[in-house]
Design a protein around this ligand. Structure first.
Ligand code: PDD
Length: 286
């Protein structure tokens, strides 16, 4: 049984409780982060802590836990649960007032709820899916306009994942005004020759922590990076495609809407970036 963290306490998972009035539960009024663990160490903890603070600021939520304490909780959960490879899920909500109300509660009277738990995933780095590549379908992006804030409002991404499964694919890329925004839980990229193309940062997509690292490593490896919109038609004709996220790192995409990319294998750029990302991130893991 896992040991989880709730509001200052480490508890067995079946004893951890949150109020039915919690605004995370009633209104998706909360933010989250997923940090990966490799070799028992945290990958890019700093990046996740900075984005968490930004999400909280954008929603006018006071951060209830310092970065130092947050790091300590992450490490303690890794230790208590013996995690070598996996993820730490962190969620902070606007807390539990004593009734349901659209207006935000007084933060002096209603402290935020802080929950963290581990997800043990042995073999995450050597995921065989990375050798095969994944299939994606395209769907409309009907999410709200502040996708840069990492809120727990994940119903449409969940539905997108189910649409993909139903179509025999692994994930869905979302399209807005003809252009790909991102995957249901990852950032999306295409490759043409030696050039990596991905949508520029804005309120339309989540500012992926893995994205930032991968683009940096790509530039350091003399690969060309172009941050611009691309259509799904352009993607279907690309040489390669891939996604990035904290839980998949760099994962090749070999098929879009039933159309194979290149020769239908992961290609060269995505596998190389995956290797560089894993090597370099591990060096800096804490
Ligand atoms: N998802 N875009 C969306 C919509 C996401 O949900 C995520 C992350 C990303 C990639 O961000 P990062 O590289 O910081 O993980 C992009 C996490 C992993 C999840 O929901 O499980």
């Amino acid at each position: 049984m896992r040991t989880v963290y709730v509001n200052g306490e480490y508890l067995p998972e079946n004893e951890a409780k949150v109020s039915i009035f919690d605004r995370g539960f009633l209104m998706a009024d909360g933010v989250y982060e997923v940090t990966s663990v490799l070799d028992g160490k945290l990958i890019d903890f700093d990046g996740h802590a900075v984005r968490l603070q930004r999400s909280l600021n954008e929603l006018d939520m006071a951060n209830p836990i310092s970065k130092e304490d947050l790091l300590e909780v992450h490490r303690e959960l890794v230790r208590l649960n013996g995690i070598e490879e996996g993820m730490i899920y962190l969620q902070i909500t606007r807390g539990a007032p004593d009734d349901r109300d659209f207006a935000f509660p007084d933060p002096e009277k209603t402290p935020c709820t802080v929950v963290l738990f581990t997800q043990n995933k042995p073999g995450l780095a050597n995921n065989p899916a990375a050798l095969k590549g994944m299939k994606v379908i395209s769907i409309d992006d009907i999410r709200w306009g502040r996708r840069d804030i990492k809120t727990v409002q994940l119903l449409y991404p969940s539905m997108g994942k189910m649409m993909a499964k139903k179509a025999g694919a692994d994930d869905a890329w979302m399209i807005e005004d003809g252009f790909v925004t991102e995957g249901t839980s990852n950032n999306a990229y295409i490759v043409k020759g030696n050039k990596i193309i991905t949508r520029a940062l804005s309120n339309d997509i989540l500012h992926g922590i893995t994205r930032a690292a991968v683009l940096r490593f790509a530039k350091e490896a003399q690969m060309e990076v172009e941050e611009r919109n691309f259509t799904i038609e352009e993607a279907r004709e690309a040489d390669e495609a891939f996604i990035t996220s904290a839980s998949t790192f760099v994962m090749p995409v070999v098929e879009i809407d039933g159309v194979s990319l290149g020769d239908g294998t992961p290609g060269h750029v995505a596998p190389r970036l995956r290797e560089i990302y894993l090597d370099e991130s591990l060096k800096k893991a804490i």
